[in-house]
Design a protein around this ligand. Structure first.
Ligand SMILES: Nc1nc2c(ncn2[C@@H]2O[C@H](COP(=O)(O)OP(=O)(O)O)[C@@H](O)[C@H]2O)c(=O)[nH]1
Ligand SMILES: [Mg+2]
Length: 234
């Protein structure tokens, strides 16, 4: 058999298609004045727990819905449904991240014009979701102290692109080897604009700053919807 080299441009084409659909989503969200926050992190980093703690507090003054990304189950969606907000589940059937067409496939299930904030919990993964724009206004990356302090250096892209970085499970710092000052230095070298907030869902530490950050994001979006251009059109 002749030796042939076949170039496969699949990744590039997929990303180009994702980018154009994300741009359409961004305009749709802007038209409806809804702020969109994409939450990333490893499996078990504490993303759903963060939402379980945050939603009851945020929903006192904000109208919120959540899109839950998961490979096969609706377990996280069931946990969040306790918060009495609308949760839409996307199962990727093994896919390691959400993409814009998947979000586009469920937005009609949401009352966008009646929402202030749409939160997307992405599939647990520090690699694949990076670079897949979902039309969001901002990205939050959750890194738990139990994952090891080498993760920002090993998986830099998600941390570079984050708008806020949440160091979760800080109640466990006395029990795990996690060099907090060193991680802060690495994160600062990767990303100078994203605040790094320390959180413990168990103790409730750090939630005031985190909830303030979310409310400011929603306020900023309101300002943009009333005339300014999106700061994050990529
Ligand atoms: N000690 C401690 N455990 C936490 C904290 N946040 C979440 N967890 C636990 O970490 C595990 C994974 O949390 P989950 O929210 O499901 O993570 P996700 O996969 O990122 O959504 C669960 O057993 C949580 O109870 C925290 O702040 N402190
Ligand atoms: Mg989860």
């Amino acid at each position: 058999m002749a030796n042939t080299v076949v170039k496969v441009k699949l990744a590039r084409d997929l990303r180009a298609k994702n980018k154009s659909e994300a741009a359409e989503l961004r305009s749709l969200f802007k038209r409806h004045g809804v702020c969109v926050l994409n939450i990333l992190g490893s499996p078990g980093a504490g993303k759903t727990t963060l939402l379980e703690e945050s939603l009851p507090k945020l929903s006192t003054d904000l109208r919120i819905a959540v899109i839950e990304g998961d490979l096969y189950t609706a377990r996280d969606a069931e946990r969040l449904a306790q918060s009495n907000i609308q949760v839409v589940q996307i199962n990727t059937e093994g896919g390691c991240h959400l993409d814009a067409p998947m979000i586009g496939g469920v937005v009609s299930d949401l009352p966008l014009s009646q929402l202030d904030l749409l939160i997307i919990e992405n599939v647990g993964n520090l690699v694949c979701p990076a670079g897949f724009d979902l039309g969001e206004d901002a990205t939050a990356v959750v890194l738990s102290v139990t994952e090891g302090d080498d993760k920002p250096e090993k998986y830099p892209q998600v941390f570079r692109e984050a708008d806020v970085i949440l160091l979760s499970k800080t109640d466990l710092l006395p029990y795990v080897p996690f060099n907090l000052p060193e991680v802060r230095d690495v994160l600062h070298s990767l990303n100078q604009k994203a605040p790094v907030l320390e959180l413990s869902a168990i103790k409730g530490d750090g939630f005031v700053s985190w909830l303030d950050w979310v409310r400011q994001l929603v306020e900023k979006k309101r300002g943009e919807t009333h005339g300014c251009e999106s700061a994050r059109a990529r």
